[in-house]
Design a protein around this ligand. Structure first.
Ligand code: PA5
Length: 469
């Protein structure tokens, strides 16, 4: 057990706080309870019958053991760890690192207990070249974790092929096994084939676990463990949340309440869902959430094939930074958003604000106060201002940010997504609309058997100078 919990606070979405037009009444919440409770049971049943394998990741000791053994084997050999992946094969890694390691981790060796971590989730030539130039002779002390469930994602494949050539050219073909860890499907796919062929060290993305639900598998655990994050505690937090979100009492189940509230607001015209952490550490969890929410819930068809074009639009903001960028719109623009703040009650480190210069006594109100107090006051102030404008607000309260609470958060949002999918009556586990773009890229990059598609795209994407100014 840990003293670090996360809790969901939802009073500020109710009619009592934001009024009848924009809030949820107790009666409506009761209706939502009636609709959601059977879906919790159904989800539990699906999970028991093995149809939602991500639910079992926190209990999968085989994976965490494999990760720990691999880390123990290579720990100390490398100064740099480079993750090559995209989407669900990168966002969780980034989120864990930002949440659980210090801001200057890569820069200051006194602030890190593992290798520097770089996650490349793009194919941007200047960015990649700049990195390779920096890497130079450090290649020998660098391990690459190529993460791709399918193994056929162009971005990851391209990065891998550049790195493979670099390793062969600089360190020889025999260096590949020692310098690459492949995280992929246990049985099939292009990366699996390559890994088997090159006899690479491997970690698995278990069968049936989609990319955006895979952070608690080898996908996210390896880079986390390499960088000194306590993965046992992360998984323990997720297990604790599993108990809470499996409970069939709607009012005690944070995923059920969260999903139902999101469902309600989407259906009453608040189709945008803003997640706003008041904590730099939690910033990239909002990015991870954005993908989870968008790819899972943005669907053309419901489960029986009717066109529904469903999907709340997730937006990420950061407190206090975006107070000075977005809050004008959030308060006075259309009332079409549900806000979810992430608030940290106890920062693991805090600092006193110094005294005001004599010439600026008007700053005395800040003197001697903690910076964390300022951050949290700004959260409360922004929430107050939004509530004044009748904008509904949820808050996820973190006692503190540690591996345990982050594990809880990840699992809470994964199950919230499953339940929201059930409420919207769509399949949250596929992403058919992403596939066309992937196929189109193959075609444009000259993949054989895709010539027709390539011609079709060319004719559409040819620039018509009549419209070019
Ligand atoms: O959530 C998903 O399924 C996607 O975002 C994938 O993670 C992403 O497209 C990368 O796919 P892959 O891991 O097969 O390279």
């Amino acid at each position: 057990m840990s003293d670090s919990e996360i809790r969901l606070y939802y009073k500020n979405v109710t009619t009592e706080v934001v009024g009848g037009e924009h809030g949820i009444s107790p009666e409506r919440l009761q209706e939502l309870a009636g609709k959601t409770s059977p879906l919790i049971s159904k989800l539990n049943e699906e999970r028991r019958s093995g149809r939602i394998p991500y639910r079992d990741l926190p209990f999968n000791t085989k994976i965490s053991q494999q990760v720990k053994e691999l880390v123990a084997r290579i720990d100390g050999d490398f100064e740099n760890l480079v993750v090559l992946g995209i989407g669900g094969s990168a966002l969780g890694n980034i989120a864990l690192q930002t949440a659980l390691n210090p801001y200057m981790y890569n820069i200051d060796e006194n602030q890190r207990s593992g290798p520097r971590l770089f996650v490349f989730d793009n194919v941007d030539p200047p960015q990649f070249i700049s990195f390779l130039e920096w890497l130079g002779p450090k290649l020998e002390k660098t391990v690459f974790n190529v993460v791709s469930k399918s193994g056929r994602t162009s971005e990851t494949a391209a990065q891998f092929m550049i790195i493979r050539k670099l390793l062969i050219d600089k360190l020889g073909r025999e260096s590949l096994r020692g310098h690459i860890v492949a995280t992929t499907d246990p049985k099939e796919g292009t990366l699996r084939k390559i890994a088997d062929d090159l006899n690479l060290q491997c970690l698995e993305v278990p069968d049936g676990v989609g990319g955006r639900f895979s952070v608690l598998s080898g996908v996210g655990l390896f880079s986390a463990a390499m960088c000194g994050i306590d993965i046992d505690s992360l998984l323990a937090g997720a297990r604790d949340m599993d108990r809470r979100v499996s409970g069939e009492d709607f009012y005690k189940n944070p995923a059920a309440i969260n999903a139902a509230i999101n469902f309600h607001f989407y259906n009453t015209g608040k189709k945008i869902s803003v997640m706003m952490p008041y904590s730099y550490a939690l910033r990239d969890l909002a990015d991870w959430y954005r993908q989870l929410w968008a790819e899972s819930l943005g669907k053309k068809e419901n489960k029986v094939g009717n066109e529904v074009f469903i999907g709340p639009t997730p937006v990420k903001a950061l407190g206090t930074t975006d107070q000075h960028s977005q809050v004008q719109l959030y308060r006075e623009g259309p009332n079409d958003k549900l806000f979810t703040f992430l608030e940290v009650q106890n920062f693991d480190k805090d600092i006193n604000i110094g005294t005001a210069p004599d010439c600026a006594p008007e700053l005395n109100f800040l003197a001697g106060k903690k910076m964390g107090m300022l951050l949290n006051s700004e959260k409360k102030a922004t929430e107050y201002a939004l509530l004044e404008s009748k904008r509904p607000c949820l808050t996820i309260i973190f006692d503190k940010v540690d591996a345990y609470s982050v594990g809880q958060f990840i699992y809470l949002y994964e199950v919230t997504t499953s339940l929201a999918g059930a409420l919207f009556d769509i399949n949250p586990y596929d992403q058919p609309a992403v596939e066309l773009g992937k196929e189109a890229t193959f075609a444009l990059m000259g993949k054989s058997d895709q010539e027709d598609l390539a011609r079709q795209i060319q004719s559409l994407s040819e620039v018509d100078s009549n419209y070019l100014i």
